[in-house]
Design a protein around this ligand. Structure first.
Ligand SMILES: [Fe+2]
Ligand SMILES: [Fe+2]
Length: 190
């Protein structure tokens, strides 16, 4: 499917939500349970590294969940409204944020911030694995984290390389249509 085909944006956003946002939330839950197990089992010598891990995980989780909600509650509905307006006589969606490139820049900043939080989480796991106790227990975090990391790479690429450019293009096409319609309605000077 190409970006100018009917239903392209709704199909892409549905795929992102169903495939990636659901997987992200499930994997965060798996990681939360693994972190809680580590906290519960930590002996006094492991406690400091486990608490560093819990702090790093909580920051990563909070950043990522806030980012998903920003997309689901603000940006995706607006982008879907753009496509609906282009494909029908519906009016353009109203936005509280000005042009679309403003929230898209904010989403890219959030993705970079989440990436930094993920790096700190990986560092906390590496620290705990070498100084915090049984490496096998710490390795239990590795699999869900590696799966989430791989999924996030595809997810971010799909948004930054496909969704955001297609959404900006839809906004521009809708604006151009409004200009043409305004010119047609304007009284002729001749
Ligand atoms: Fe997303
Ligand atoms: Fe995103």
């Amino acid at each position: 499917m190409t970006p100018h085909e009917e239903g392209f944006l709704v199909g892409l956003i549905t795929k992102i939500r169903v495939s990636h946002h659901v997987a992200t939330r499930n994997l965060l839950e798996d990681l939360r349970r693994a972190v809680d197990r580590l906290v519960a089992r930590a002996n006094p010598t492991e406690r400091a590294t486990v608490l560093v891990l819990r702090g790093a995980f909580t920051t990563f989780q909070d950043d990522l969940l806030a980012h998903l909600l920003h997309e689901e509650r603000v940006v995706f509905p607006y982008v879907l409204g753009l496509e609906q307006a282009l494909e029908s006589e519906r009016p353009a969606p109203t936005s509280s944020f000005g042009p679309l490139d403003h929230p898209l820049a904010a989403l890219k900043d959030e993705q970079a911030s989440t990436r930094g939080a993920l790096d700190r989480l990986e560092a906390a796991i590496a620290l705990g694995r070498t100084h915090g106790g049984d490496p096998l227990v710490w390795d239990g975090l590795g699999e869900p984290l590696a799966t989430l990391k791989r999924d996030l790479e595809v997810h971010v690429c799909l948004e930054q390389e496909v969704l955001f450019p297609a959404a900006l293009d839809a906004e521009q096409r809708l604006a151009a249509r409004h200009v043409r319609e305004a010119e047609r309605r304007a009284p002729s000077r001749t």
